[in-house]
Design a protein. Structure first.
Length: 94
């Protein structure tokens, strides 16, 4: 019984990461607010920030901008190779 609960929790976490990646790939200019509203509407803003940070640290998305103007998120080559071509911005293009 505990194993099923653990698996269910792991699957739910995976699905949230997948939703965030999908949002980053499909929103033309993906802000933290946009991603939270589209991918994680039932979580706090801080929770969505943690998911974004984890995906940045893992190399799946990159962040451009400043805290003052707001950050924008883009898929990296790693994410594109994993999920297929959709949208990608290299550091030199920004």
């Amino acid at each position: 019984m505990a194993a099923n609960r653990s698996l269910t929790t792991k699957i739910a976490v995976f699905e949230r990461y997948a939703k965030v990646l999908h949002a980053v790939r499909t929103i033309p200019i993906a802000s933290s607010k946009d991603i939270k509203e589209k991918a994680l509407p039932d979580t706090s803003f801080r929770t969505s920030q943690r998911y974004l940070k984890d995906l940045i640290d893992a190399g799946y998305i990159t962040r451009f901008g400043t805290g003052y103007d707001g950050y924008r998120y883009y898929p990296t080559t790693k994410a594109i190779e994993l999920f297929g071509e959709k949208r990608h911005v290299e550091q030199s293009e920004v």
